[in-house]
Design a protein around this ligand. Structure first.
Ligand SMILES: Nc1ncnc2c1ncn2[C@@H]1O[C@H](COP(=O)(O)OP(=O)(O)OP(=O)(O)O)[C@@H](O)[C@H]1O
Ligand SMILES: N[C@@H](CCO)C(=O)O
Length: 319
């Protein structure tokens, strides 16, 4: 279970007493995520989620809270940090920065469908447009610099063919970006919009969560992250072309990519797969001597298969 920082009953009661949330009724660690510690809190006023940030220091967190506040202000159902009795939205609990947000109704999809892909494509384009006037620009903490350094560190631990594939993909993308970076539109992106970061009520997309990889980067890179997760067959890595067309056409209908984005699309699809393959490899290698932690990790092979499938074939953005 991904509760890295455990809180005692008394910690929870003290915490809830510091917000306008009534009395604590119960709490429960959330097993879903891998990056942060999350608890569901039930109080006399409703249901909430407590997040303790395991990767970030206190001063790094306000950017993410500002992104969410900006999008909430624009009408998206996203988890803005609640304000406590002292007027603060961010605090330290057990040495970790922590926030409380509303718990949204809805559940995780077991799998994506053509209809949910269409909804995601449309919503992603709207999210990108809404983020264009967000003035804080933060580089990704899992961007080009991170993948260059991490791939070099991990390469000796990998099978030679894996190391070759990883390093080759990074240099191919780096060479492409060196020439074209300035032409490809950037904005504030979610950068981790896997379908387990969305909630659905019935067939309706009800909320988008987990903005803690948000950054200022290429909008097409964000679309590629979404396509790879929402439209790929997990066993083979191949795209389900009906889902692909539903998602991409819905995106394009809302926001028309320019010629540079169309040109960059194959590179973005491969880079997006490589980035999550690498973060899963990093997490997996970091956890390999701890069976409990290892069992919580996502399987890196799934993203390796997606990358290999995108190398075999990358569909065009616009037919
Ligand atoms: N505001 C919320 N409303 C309802 N459920 C939530 C909310 N926030 C988190 N959850 C639940 O908790 C789970 C884990 O949350 P989250 O994805 O933010 O954790 P994480 O550790 O950052 O995960 P990962 O990085 O693996 O996606 C979600 O899949 C969802 O089921
Ligand atoms: N969505 C990521 C984990 C959290 O960043 C993955 O599936 O590898």
């Amino acid at each position: 279970m991904a509760v890295y920082t455990s809180l005692a009953d008394s910690d929870m009661r003290d915490l809830v007493a510091d917000y306008y949330l009534g009395e604590l009724i119960s709490y429960q660690g959330i097993s879903g995520g891998v990056e942060n510690t999350n608890y569901f809190l039930t109080t006399t006023t409703g249901k909430y989620v407590l997040t303790l940030f395991e990767e970030f220091e206190y001063k790094e967190v306000p950017y993410f809270l500002d992104v969410v506040a900006h999008l909430k202000h624009k009408g998206f159902n996203v988890p803005a940090a609640l304000i406590d009795c002292h007027g603060e939205r961010l605090r330290i609990i057990k040495d970790r920065p922590a926030i409380i947000v509303d718990c949204f109704a809805g559940g995780l999809l077991d799998e994506t469908t053509i209809k949910s892909c269409k909804m995601m494509g449309e919503t992603l384009a709207k999210l990108h447009t809404a983020g264009l006037d967000f003035s804080e620009h933060r580089e990704s903490h899992r961007g080009m610099q991170w993948w260059r350094e991490t791939s070099k560190q991990l390469a000796p631990e990998l099978e030679p063919e894996q190391a070759h594939l990883l390093l080759e993909q990074i240099s191919e993308f780096d060479a492409f970006i060196e020439k074209h970076d300035d032409e490809i539109p950037k904005g504030t992106i979610h950068a981790d919009l896997f379908y387990n970061n969305t909630l659905f009520e019935g067939e309706e997309l009800s909320a988008i969560i987990d903005f803690y990889n948000a950054c200022y980067s290429w909008l097409m890179y964000d679309l590629a992250i979404v396509v790879n997760d929402w439209c790929s067959d997990i066993e083979t890595g191949e795209l389900d072309m009906e889902k692909y067309h539903a998602l991409v056409n819905a995106y394009i209908h809302e926001r028309q990519p320019n010629a540079a984005e169309i040109n960059a699309w194959p590179y973005m699809q491969k880079a997006a797969a490589m980035r999550f393959w690498l973060s899963r490899l990093e997490a997996w290698h970091g956890a390999k001597h701890d069976a409990e932690r290892l069992a919580q990790q996502h399987d890196p092979k799934e993203l390796q298969r997606i990358l290999e499938a995108r190398i075999r074939y990358t569909p065009n953005l616009v037919e």
